[in-house]
Ligand binder design. Structure first.
Ligand SMILES: Cc1ncc(COP(=O)(O)O)c(C=O)c1O
Length: 394
């Protein structure tokens, strides 16, 4: 029997979905922004925390919760939350926990926007900031002030891949009651479990290796202390730093292959580092498991023999050689990002470190011939051939 046609205003009434007795094997995508409660009593119980239930997507939704739970499991954390980007996670931590008159210290080679937040934005809100050399814990002790509340560190610096003295940093933070925040984006939970390194708070740019396909921007933050967790959550929700369901759904799908992707990318990075080190036009290669890395022993102990997927190298010649090198490697995305399934190559002197003077860059060891490579899961022989062609053009 054919049904009577209905108008839009007739079909618009909300209905409950029937999916039958079987369950979906993939996390369903819940695009709903609002969640209807059964009664004022129920809503009251939800807001008071007595009853678990969603109300409004900015405050939380099932796809963010599913993704957070999976990253919690990788980090050995609990109660983590997803944010709209890695920078949203870092900002929610800093602005959610610090107030005017507080002081924070960041490692001197953090991700560029973290450094910018410390240099340009926090001071506008009356938060004082300082820097230290993470390879030397004494420099952290020297930078401490009576009002220091928080330290932000990455275990592997960008782009020179120096290895932080995590044990030394953790000891100083804990001896002085300072919150230690670890941005574990570069190292990932496969190389480093943040809480085991003494971190009080973990942040990730999920955009990078965890989601792994360069199709979402997301962040993750977890805090051991429930009061800090609540302060960060409230700040992120109030300022609208929370993510959209579809992004979380995509990232969860990407995360399922994280172990496989990371293992293959590390294998490629190790082989490529050795290959590049043998090429006469390469001046130096920086990769943590190579014996010529300046922090080799610390890296081997901290990362249990793993080198990660990031490697840096320097070619002979200036900007002209760098331009020719990039132009001759069309298969390698020249893009200042990392963690995609395929390689991406960045040139710090013209991107992340362009604001520094040439002397400032030289002090960090970043010349016009310096490149940072995020190694992907491509065929290694193809990668070697691509780099060989690029080097021929220099
Ligand atoms: C170490 C590190 N932390 C944080 C971020 C910021 O993450 P997002 O781009 O997701 O905001 C990045 C981005 O490249 C990063 O490399």
């Amino acid at each position: 029997m054919t049904q009577e046609p209905k108008t839009t205003s007739q079909i618009i009434r909300r209905q409950t979905m029937e999916i039958g007795a079987a369950r979906p094997v993939v996390t369903p995508l819940h695009q709903s922004v609002v969640y209807a409660a059964g009664s004022p009593d129920q809503l009251d119980a939800q807001y008071s925390g007595a009853l678990k239930g969603y109300t409004y997507a900015r405050e939380g939704h099932p796809n963010a919760a599913a993704l957070a739970a999976r990253i919690d499991a990788l980090e050995g954390a609990e109660g983590g939350m997803i944010t709209g980007s890695g920078m949203a996670a870092i900002t929610a931590v800093l602005l959610g926990l610090l107030k005017a008159g507080d002081h924070m210290i960041g490692a001197d080679q953090l991700y560029g926007r973290s450094l910018r937040l410390m240099a340009e934005d926090l001071p506008r809100f009356g938060v004082e900031t300082g820097r230290f050399d993470p390879t030397d814990a004494h420099s952290l002790a020297d930078a401490l002030r009576p009002n220091t509340k928080l330290v932000l560190v990455e275990a592997l610096s960008n782009p020179t891949l120096r290895v932080a003295d995590m044990a030394g940093i953790a000891k100083i933070c804990h001896d002085h009651g300072v919150i230690m925040v670890l941005d574990n984006t570069f190292t990932t939970p496969a190389m480093l479990k943040s809480y085991a390194q003494g971190a009080d708070i973990i942040v990730h740019s999920v955009t990078k290796l965890l989601a792994g396909h360069a199709d979402v921007t997301l962040g993750y933050v977890a805090a051991k202390d429930p009061a800090q967790r609540k302060a960060i959550y409230d700040f992120a929700v109030t300022t609208g730093m929370t993510p959209a369901p579809y992004e979380c759904w995509l990232a969860e799908r990407g995360l399922f292959t994280f172990d496989l992707r990371y293992a293959r990318a590390q294998e490629n990075a190790t082989a490529l580092a050795d290959y590049l080190a043998d090429q006469p036009k390469i001046k130096r290669v920086l990769y943590p498991t190579r014996p010529d890395h300046p922090d080799h022993n610390r890296a081997m102990a901290l990362f249990a023999g793993q080198g990660g997927n990031m490697l840096s190298f320097e070619i002979a010649g200036g900007r002209d050689a760098a331009n020719r090198f990039v132009a001759a490697a069309p298969n390698i995305a020249f893009a200042p990002t990392l963690g995609d399934v395929a390689c991406s190559l960045s040139h710090p002197a013209s991107s992340s470190h362009r604001a520094l003077t040439p002397e400032g860059r030289a002090a960090l060891g970043i010349s016009e011939g310096f490149f940072r490579l995020s190694v992907g899961i491509e065929d290694i022989d193809q990668l070697k051939a691509d780099f060989s062609t690029a080097l021929d053009a220099v």
